[in-house]
Design a protein around this ligand. Structure first.
Ligand SMILES: *[C@@H]1O[C@H](CO)[C@@H](O)[C@H](O)[C@H]1NC(C)=O
Ligand SMILES: *[C@@H]1O[C@H](CO)[C@@H](O)[C@H](O)[C@H]1NC(C)=O
Length: 368
């Protein structure tokens, strides 16, 4: 395990840029061997490799961190509650719809399935910070033309988001790169060619082109753990062709939302009311919904009644925000989702583009 500690020190503190070559294509299979013998679920991580792409910010590409099955699982877990994304308003701190960010998104509760747990453990391994320091994974879907403007992740409190791990769950065919507009220097000048080609949005800056199963890790703070690294500013370039699905894990310097963890059971708490409901079904979750609706609660207590953020409304039927569907009426179900701002899921879009990419890679390899 000696090289494991070494890699850690190197990832965290960037000890010596001259060590780039030695580690740039390190096979980490050995490092995973026996990493959790008790886990009922054993991922295949035999093809994983780590590449440093930039020292300002400190950014790393991890090829094949997730298997195809894991990518699909995460998207399936999230899709039920995927909704038009909101951002935190500058005025009053509330969540607002914005053209700043035009994707669909939701959060997956920590530890919610063995697969999610295994992925979170792997992110913990990668960042050398325990799972409790992670925020719940945010899953986002960007369709054609959708993007996320340049921003930094590190919030100014006493436990900033020190690192971000972006997991790529699909293969958009064009665009959708994660780009660092302040970062002009690749760790190795040959990298743009190796990791490209990129869309125009990237200019000649450091960037990563989404690839299903790959991950991007970057640090938003300096090694002191609190000073923002301005080079960590990043953007989601517009998707030009295909669909981009990502899972984002923000890692804090200290434990995050300890109250979600039950020390007695050693597990994160199960989902609360409204967290697992499917807004495509037009139902009331409470016997008093009709009564509350008649008293004006649909407007007065809209987050509870009709839904808000990650919370699915508890009285959607009584408030008339959906239509009751006959059993098996998929169109009706989809209309309900759409009218309430939820995603109409198409599992095929996770795979589109992948066939073409793999064929291209095989052709490139044959050429060498
Ligand atoms: C933790 O889990 C135990 C066992 O299920 C339960 O009795 C207890 O109420 C939980 N504690 C909290 C704070 O939720
Ligand atoms: C909304 O309604 C629920 C259920 O009656 C209640 O628990 C909650 O306190 C209400 N919230 C507000 C802001 O009125």
């Amino acid at each position: 395990m000696r090289s494991f500690g070494w890699l850690t020190a190197w990832l965290l503190f960037g000890l010596s840029p001259s060590s780039t070559t030695a580690f740039s294509s390190l096979r980490v299979k050995e490092l995973y061997a026996g990493w959790d013998d008790q886990a009922p679920y054993r991922p295949d991580v035999s093809e994983t490799s780590v590449h440093v792409i930039s020292w300002s910010p400190r950014a790393f590409v991890i090829r094949n961190l997730l298997s195809d099955m894991e990518c699909t699982h995460i998207a399936e877990q999230a899709q039920v509650r995927m909704r038009r994304s909101t951002v935190v308003s500058n005025e009053d701190g509330s969540s607002v719809l914005s053209d700043y960010r035009t994707s669909y998104g939701t959060f997956i509760r920590r530890g919610s399935t063995p697969v999610v747990q295994a992925v979170e453990d792997r992110v913990a391994w990668l960042t050398r910070a325990p799972v409790i320091n992670q925020e719940a994974m945010q899953v986002l879907r960007y369709g054609r033309g959708q993007f996320y403007k340049p921003h930094t992740d590190s919030l100014s409190d006493d436990s900033p988001r020190m690192a971000t791990v972006l997991l790529y769950l699909s293969d958009p065919e064009l665009g959708g790169e994660t780009a660092f507009p302040q970062a002009t220097e690749w760790a190795d000048p040959a990298m743009p060619e190796k990791f490209g080609p990129f869309s125009e949005c990237v200019k000649s800056n450091v960037a990563f082109k989404p690839r299903r199963g790959d991950a991007l890790l970057f640090w938003s703070v300096q090694p002191d753990g609190k000073t923002l690294d301005p080079f960590s500013e990043h953007e989601g370039c517009p998707v030009l062709q295909g669909v981009k699905w990502t899972g984002t894990v923000w890692v804090h310097t200290s434990p995050h939302r300890m109250e979600e963890f039950n020390a007695t059971t050693g597990r994160f708490n199960p989902p609360g009311p409204g967290e697992t409901d499917d807004p495509g079904f037009c139902v009331d979750a409470h016997a008093s919904c009709e009564e509350w609706a008649s008293k004006g609660e649909c407007k007065r207590n809209a987050s509870y009644m009709t839904g808000h953020g990650n919370q699915v409304g508890q009285c959607r039927r009584a408030c008339g925000v959906c239509e009751p569907c006959a059993e098996g009426d998929r169109d009706c179900y989809n209309r309900n989702r759409e009218s309430q701002g939820y995603l109409v899921y198409d599992p095929q879009e996770l795979l589109e583009g992948g066939e073409r990419r793999r064929a291209q890679e095989a052709a490139d390899e044959a050429e060498l």
